[in-house]
Write a protein that binds this ligand. Sequence first.
Ligand code: UDP
Length: 241
Amino acid sequence: MSVIIKGEQIYEGKAKRLFNTNDPDRTIIEYKDSFTAFNGEKRAEMSGKGRLNNLISSEIFEYLSDKGVPHHFIERIDELCQLAVKVRILPLEVVVRNITTGSICKRLGVGEGIRLQQPLVELYFKDDDLGDPIVTEDHAILFGWASQEDLWAIKSVAVRVNDLLTALFNGISVVLVDFKLEFGKDMSGKLLLADEISPDTCRFWDVSTGDRLDKDRFRKDLGNVLGAYEEIWKRLSGRAK
Ligand code: UDP
């Protein structure tokens, strides 16, 4: 189908809106200017944020396409919107960590900034009312959130995406500290990497200064939040390809 027509809104989340299109297998994702943290308790609007996350996430998914990672992204349509395969999102957040910070330090009492010997993959049950609790693979299987086969694939894609993104960001002098992925199933039941990959969902530290170039600037009131997102976009888009 060549011409895609935007239809009615089907979902509004904290950072994005989803729309139907004239193709039942496709959705349009529109990025919003909203910031939220701490399970929606802290909120702000910043003009230009949606554009930056759309640009950054599109660029990253295009990079992953070139590397053969199966995902939902089709193309960026304009400054705020992208076209994607319509998927049913699995109710799991998949977090990959290279360096300790954030919730793992609070939960386990481990120090900040420890480089892990290998990437740590964690699963969280996506449920705002419960505060997205950490779960095991057995929880996911027994409660029907994902099959064993899904989880094997999810873990292997998550580790591969970590390798690919670590290399991508190394090349622009950014340390990929940790990030969150979401997965979905398309109409035929195929598992696809979905959602967004942006400074909202990753922790990026400047390799020489250690400056936070991600949503931690908002979470911790570090200032110049959009400047950090702009810096990530500048380095990503300006890199030698
Ligand atoms: N993350 C996310 N959405 C969430 C929770 C975490 O995108 O709902 C990302 C977060 O930006 C970080 C990584 O997942 O890059 C690990 O987050 P962590 O578990 O440390 O949680 P936080 O400290 O953000 O509560």
